[in-house]
Design a protein around this ligand. Structure first.
Ligand code: ATP
Ligand code: MG
Length: 391
């Protein structure tokens, strides 16, 4: 039986964007996501995107699961397609849904007829097909309110589509329609979630990670590569830069008052990240900061961090509780990797009493006195090791 997947895209997002650009990028992302399963033909018609396998024996359930992570899609439906002939539709519905109809106790049929040339009207299609299915599955009962399974028949231009409930898509806006941004990716819980959230708003994601060997281990570095890999179902390919941060961190520890260490380190991270971001054609930085979560994330500290770079810094987790961030992290399946207990460069040389309300004036005065040459920042950015994280 011929199967096809129907996609519904987010209408609200279409407002600000050229519709065909939006649809083309979404289709490109969908095709890339499906590529390991085989070849597909994807086209748009009447506010629906059709995904048809061209390869034999494609795992259509896996295709549906993969499409559920593509941003810009709000609903995914696997459907069978038959001739627009009622005597074909009835047995096809019974066969296609045999398993579900055998397991269910209640059902209903809904019909939509966009091809008005079809001789039966929608209520008649529902009634007749319902009757047919009752005659084939004797245990079934029709239930209009909340049946266990709803079978929908859509009579469209190209054929009759028979499907059950649509599944939720990832929502959002297709990755790549909004430009590119640089995610500061630590090994923690928050930054992968931040990357996911901004990809959902249409940004292509590049990433930078600061490593301080020998204070941070190779396992910690690998953990970040793994996290980036886990983000790719949503973001697509990621260019991840691992920055050698040891030299800068050691200099900072040597030269700055202990209570200012964290805030100064964060400013240097922003500077290095910005350099790589500009090189990589990124229009913003992204962090996983959440207001008040730790000493370096008070309003005052964030104010000082912000002033270290010119690019806008997007902080999608800023108003979220840890619990909310954890919930998303579990949903996108980065949580288990995030909680592996390896040290991060943020946790080496941590001051005992970090300044929670630093002033810009004080921070700038200390930086002037430390006199860390800008070349060291440039060097860290240049020496960053590029890892291309594929699907
Ligand atoms: P996360 O859970 O994302 O690690 P956090 O709550 O541990 O965040 P911090 O360690 O203060 O908070 O880091 C705040 C943000 O700074 C992170 O969300 C991340 O964007 C960035 N960051 C921290 N450490 C690193 C690192 N080693 N490499 C890249 N970015 C980092
Ligand atoms: Mg962290």
């Amino acid at each position: 039986m011929k199967e096809i997947i129907l996609l519904k895209s987010g209408e609200i997002a279409l407002k600000g964007l050229n519709r065909s650009t939006f649809e083309d990028i979404m289709a490109k992302n969908a095709r890339r996501r499906l590529q390991p399963l085989g070849e597909f033909k994807i086209w748009h018609a009447q506010s629906t995107t059709y995904v048809q396998p061209l390869t034999e024996g494609v795992d259509m359930d896996e295709a549906v699961r993969r499409l559920q992570t593509v941003f810009g899609i709000v609903a995914v439906t696997k459907s069978c397609v038959v001739e627009k002939d009622f005597s074909v539709i009835c047995p096809a519905a019974a066969e296609y849904f045999a398993e579900q109809l055998t397991a269910a106790r209640t059902f209903k049929v809904e019909a939509k007829r966009s091809d008005k040339a079809f001789p039966m009207k929608s209520p008649e299609i529902s009634r007749e097909l319902g009757g047919y299915l009752l005659s084939r599955f004797h245990h079934l009962k029709v239930k209009v309110e909340q049946p266990e399974i709803t079978i929908t028949v859509e009579i469209r231009e190209q054929g009759a589509y028979i499907h059950a409930d649509q599944l939720p898509g990832a929502g959002g806006i297709p990755v790549g329609t909004g430009g590119r941004a640089m995610l500061l990716l630590s090994g923690g819980i928050d930054s992968p979630v931040a990357g996911y959230m901004m990809a959902k708003r249409g940004l292509e994601i590049a990433a930078v990670h600061f490593a301080s060997p020998p204070y941070t281990s190779d396992r910690a570095r690998q953990k970040v590569l793994d996290l980036a890999q886990e983000l790719t179902p949503y973001t697509g390919r990621i260019r991840l830069f691992v920055v050698p941060f040891t030299k800068l961190q050691e200099l900072l520890r040597e030269r700055c008052p202990e209570d200012y260490f964290t805030i100064l380190m964060r400013r240097y991270m922003m500077r290095v990240a910005e350099r790589i971001a500009l090189r990589e054609d990124c229009g913003a930085l992204i962090t996983g900061e959440s207001l008040g979560q730790v000493a370096s994330q008070t309003m005052q500290a964030i104010g000082c961090t912000d002033l270290a770079c010119k690019l806008p810094v997007l902080r999608p987790c800023i108003g979220m509780d840890k619990e909310e961030i954890v919930r998303i992290s579990r949903k996108i399946e980065t949580f288990e990797t995030s909680i592996l207990p390896y040290e991060d460069c943020c946790t080496v040389f941590t001051p005992r009493h970090p300044k929670t309300k630093p002033t810009v004036a004080a921070v700038e005065a200390i930086e002037a006195e430390m006199a860390i040459p800008e070349e060291l920042v440039a060097e860290a950015a240049e020496q960053a090791e590029l890892n291309i994280i594929r699907y």
